[in-house]
Ligand binder design. Sequence first.
Ligand SMILES: [Zn+2]
Length: 92
Amino acid sequence: MPYRPQIKNVTKAGSNDKDGLYEFIVNLADGTDCRMFYSRNPEWKLTNVSRLGKTPCPICRKDFICKCMEKFSADFDNQMKEREWLSKAAAE
Ligand SMILES: [Zn+2]
């Protein structure tokens, strides 16, 4: 079965309101944690996603930095917007 990440929770880890830059920690349903960077001007844009090295990658099984999650950028971005994770977490 192809891997399909499912966002379970989003927490704001940092922001620079002046520049419209946000950092989020995103917990996925399978236990994987990711860090995402967003730029909000002129509109929300996912600029970087990387897996946090706490648990092995669900795709390649590496327990160090890999780039697998980048392939799901569009999917993550859709979930962040459609399920309003982005607006809720940014308002925290
Ligand atoms: Zn990987």
